[in-house]
Write a protein that binds this ligand. Structure first.
Ligand code: ADP
Length: 523
């Protein structure tokens, strides 16, 4: 990277259909904004071209004004300009009303609309006399930039540009993705493990030579517990417990949960099959059920019957004492396996949404004090959950990178994840991944599990309890040490929260990797 620093600044133009926070559906929108900001901070010029949707919140666009108009594709295209999170954005507004439909995705002509947008964006660059070094396009929706550029523009005024194509999720629009893979100068996906997982796909396998995995980062200014208007007390790793305590209280109060010291598991996700819906449901029930309840009642019964016999047999009295301690142990494990759970999620599929609405109602009746479902998209609430949760669960079936676990760590919440894609690259299990973490210069930072059945996830959910129960042996040995044992276990957990907060999951490193990649298109 030393040699790159001496190179003249580059001009990079992102052509994208999502951009956080004004037009965000998922991680793609976050990446366009935060990667652009990181690259701009390194001294390069970055612009974004976006459709001018009528469903955007323009409060987050500064200095929004008319820029120009050009004719293309049988319509006039009005161009507006504004600043979003410090980035220059050109908003294309075809006068045929293509983007005035009240949503980003979900129309049956999405492919046509975005194809039109890509072509219009290239035409705008050409007609405005821009000479970008890099055209960066994303997923199936702006994939057409790659071939439209090579077919119509490379010999026609934009010859200086190179195309970089990033796959955020191979699930969608595979035909577009395969075609863009052919035409792009370089292609990336959002973690190394995901790049390996998809390398056998026929869209990818012929192009492995120009295909790279670069893990996403998060924008440390947008996700900053030290400066976050949505949480009650600002905090850093120095006062993490104080800040998280206040956020947890505020969250519990807002959602009507019992103001208790139970560990709180947060889930923030689109509710789709990819995100492990069945595991999410299982986890919710698992966190609510009282483990050992059956054993407890069985043993209680034994205790009740027991005095009748014990007067006759001394050895049974010994058994009585043992049983007493076992019950005590069960009760403590019980207390510690009780959790609270908050789910913030929305499902694009109305059937799944309904399913969760029903489950939410059911829980509201049976476990109002310990479970709450917020089945909507709510960015401010997501901040409070990231800050107030002890754990953030991400049980995805596959996950190209995943941002939730990174945001969780920034707020000192411990991630519990399924070992896949970017989750595997960023979460290192406290029990099993010490060496793998060290190879990255990191300390372990969470819990992870394999498999797609509930058993693996249960054991990851339970393992934090195992760490705590090892301290329980102290408890069994004598009450005098009970309190220190309990607080020791807490100290272990607090130090883990502090540790995850101090790890750097920003764009600092990935932005340099992207710059290296941008430069390599010119070799
Ligand atoms: P994906 O892009 O597949 O949805 P990521 O983990 O890459 O998954 O990004 C998800 C982003 O969307 C995160 O910033 C997360 O906080 C946010 N998010 C997901 N669901 C919601 C919701 N219901 N309300 C607010 N934010 C959400």
């Amino acid at each position: 990277t030393g040699s790159i620093a001496k190179e003249p600044p580059m001009h990079i133009v992102h052509i994208s259909v999502e951009m956080a926070p004004i037009a965000k559906v998922g991680g793609l929108g976050d990446v366009v904004t935060s990667l652009s900001r990181a690259v701009q901070d390194l001294g390069h010029k970055v612009d974004v071209i976006l459709p001018n949707y009528n469903c955007m919140n323009l409060n987050n666009v500064k200095d929004f004004h008319y820029h120009s108009t050009f004719s293309w594709g049988g319509t006039e295209i009005k161009v507006m300009f504004g600043k979003v999170e410090g980035l220059s954005v050109y908003f294309l507004e075809p006068q045929n009303g293509m983007f005035s439909v009240g949503c980003i995705y979900g129309r049956n002509d999405d492919g046509n609309r975005f194809g039109f947008f890509c072509h219009a964006a290239l035409e705008f660059l050409l007609q405005s006399g821009f000479q970008p070094d890099i055209l960066h396009c994303h997923d199936w929706s702006s994939a057409p930039v790659a071939w439209l550029f090579k077919e119509h523009y490379i010999h026609n005024g934009l010859s200086n540009s190179r195309v970089v194509f990033t796959i955020h999720n191979l699930e969608f629009g595979i035909q577009n993705i395969a075609r863009a893979m052919m035409f792009a100068d370089k292609a990336t996906t959002v973690s190394q493990t995901y790049s390996r997982e998809i390398s056998g796909n026929s869209a990818i396998s012929p192009h492995l030579g120009k295909f790279h995995g670069i893990v996403n980062g998060i924008d440390p200014d947008i996700w900053d517990p030290c400066n976050d208007q949505f949480i009650p007390v600002s905090y850093t790793s120095e006062n993490v417990m104080e800040g998280k305590r206040a956020a947890k209280d505020a969250l519990q109060q807002r959602l009507g949960l019992k103001r208790s010291d139970l560990p709180l598991v947060g889930i923030i996700t689109r509710l789709t099959v990819q995100k492990g819906i069945h595991l999410i449901k299982h986890a919710v029930w698992r966190t609510l059920e009282q483990n050992g309840q059956a054993g407890f009642s069985l043993l209680s019964k034994a205790m009740f019957l027991h005095p009748i016999i014990s007067s006759h047999h001394f050895c049974i009295t010994a058994l009585y004492i043992t049983v007493f301690w076992v019950i005590l142990l069960y009760r403590f494990i019980n207390l510690m396996t009780l959790l609270q759970v908050v789910l913030l999620g929305s499902a694009p599929d109305p059937r799944i949404q309904n399913d969760f609405v029903n489950l939410g109602n059911q829980l509201h009746n049976s476990h109002a004090d310990r479970a709450r479902f917020c089945l909507t998209y709510d960015e401010p609430l997501s901040h409070l959950i990231y800050a107030g949760a002890d754990f953030i669960l991400v049980p995805s079936i596959f996950e190209p990178c995943g941002l939730t676990q990174l945001i969780a760590m920034r707020y000192g919440s411990v991630p519990i994840v399924r070992k896949t894609g970017g989750l595997y690259d960023t979460v290192f299990d406290v029990d099993n991944d010490k060496e793998r973490a060290q190879a990255q210069g990191l300390e372990p930072n969470g819990f992870s599990f394999e498999g797609t059945d509930a058993g693996g996830m249960d054991s990851a959910l339970n393992r934090h309890i195992k760490q705590l129960t090892s301290k329980l042996f102290d408890l069994i040995m004598g009450f005098s040490r009970a309190f220190p044992a309990w607080s020791n276990a807490r100290e272990w957990f607090y130090s883990l929260c502090k540790r995850v907060m101090e790890q750097d999951w920003s764009w600092n490193r990935p932005a340099l990797d992207y710059m290296e990649l941008y430069h390599s298109t010119r070799n």
